[in-house]
Design a protein around this ligand. Structure first.
Ligand SMILES: [Ca+2]
Length: 215
C-alpha cells in the first residue's frame, strides 16, 4: 500500500536577494548673479545676500554632492560667505576667509571656477592667493547624504563688508544618488513586509469588529 504523506504544508517565504539600488549622477545648472555689495560702512556693515535657486524632483537618495561656482570673481574674498541649502539643510562652502584672524579677512580675489566636494584635499586658504580649483567646503557636504534629491536648491552668497563686489557666471550642482524605482533594498523589503503585516492585522481587527456587530 502506498504511504500517504499527510504532513503540514510548509509555506516558504523566499527572501529575495536585493541587488543594490541603481546609482545615477546628474548635473543641474543654476543661473549666475551679481554679488551685491554690503550696505552700511566698514565699521558698521549691513550684510547683503544674493542668491539663485532651482527645483529638483524626487529622484532618489543622495550619495554625494558636488558644487561648482563657475567663473566666479570678487575683489575681496574675506567679504563673503557662500552657502548651499535645500530644505532645512545648509552647508557653508566658505565663510569669510581670514576672519577672525584679521578684521576684514583675506583681501585676495576670487578669479575663476571653484568646485567643492568632501573628497577634495584642501580648504580655501585663509590668507594668500586663492587659486581656482577643487576644494573641500568649510562644512561637509555629506550633510545632504541620505536625503531625497527633491527640493529647492539655493546657492546664497552673502557680502559682509562694503567697497568690493563681484560676479558669478553660473553654478553647477552634481548629485550622485540611488535611483527611485530600482529593485528595493533590504530595508525597503522589511518595510513592505511590515506593511503587509499591518494590513493583515487591520483586516483581522475589522473581521473581529464585524463578528462582534453580528453577535
Ligand atoms: Ca563687499
Amino acid at each position: 500500500m502506498k504511504k500517504h504523506f499527510t504532513g503540514a504544508v510548509v509555506a516558504a517565504l523566499s527572501v529575495a536577494t536585493a541587488t543594490p539600488a541603481l546609482a545615477a549622477v546628474q548635473v543641474f545648472n543654476g543661473s549666475g548673479f551679481a554679488i551685491a555689495d554690503a550696505g552700511g560702512t566698514l565699521g558698521s556693515p549691513i550684510p547683503t545676500t544674493s542668491s539663485s535657486s532651482f527645483v529638483v524632483g524626487s529622484l532618489g537618495s543622495i550619495n554625494s554632492v558636488t558644487i561648482s561656482l563657475n567663473e566666479f570673481s570678487h575683489t575681496f574674498a574675506g567679504d563673503l560667505i557662500a552657502r548651499l541649502s535645500n530644505g532645512t539643510t545648509t552647508v557653508d562652502l566658505f565663510n569669510r576667509l581670514g576672519v577672525p584672524q584679521t578684521t576684514f579677512g583675506n583681501g585676495n580675489n576670487f578669479v575663476g571656477t571653484y568646485s567643492f566636494a568632501d573628497a577634495n584635499a584642501s580648504l580655501l586658504p585663509e590668507s594668500g592667493a586663492i587659486a581656482p580649483g577643487a576644494y573641500k567646503s568649510a562644512q561637509a557636504l555629506s550633510a545632504f547624504n541620505g536625503q531625497d534629491t527633491a527640493g529647492n536648491w539655493t546657492l546664497s552668497i552673502i557680502d559682509n563688508s562694503p567697497q568690493d563686489t563681484g560676479n558669478l557666471r553660473s553654478w553647477s550642482l552634481t548629485l550622485d544618488y540611488g535611483t527611485n524605482g530600482a529593485v528595493p533594498e533590504p530595508a525597503t523589503w522589511a518595510m513592505m513586509i511590515l506593511g503587509f503585516g499591518l494590513i493583515g492585522a487591520a483586516m483581522r481587527r475589522r473581521q473581529a469588529k464585524v463578528r462582534y456587530a453580528f453577535a
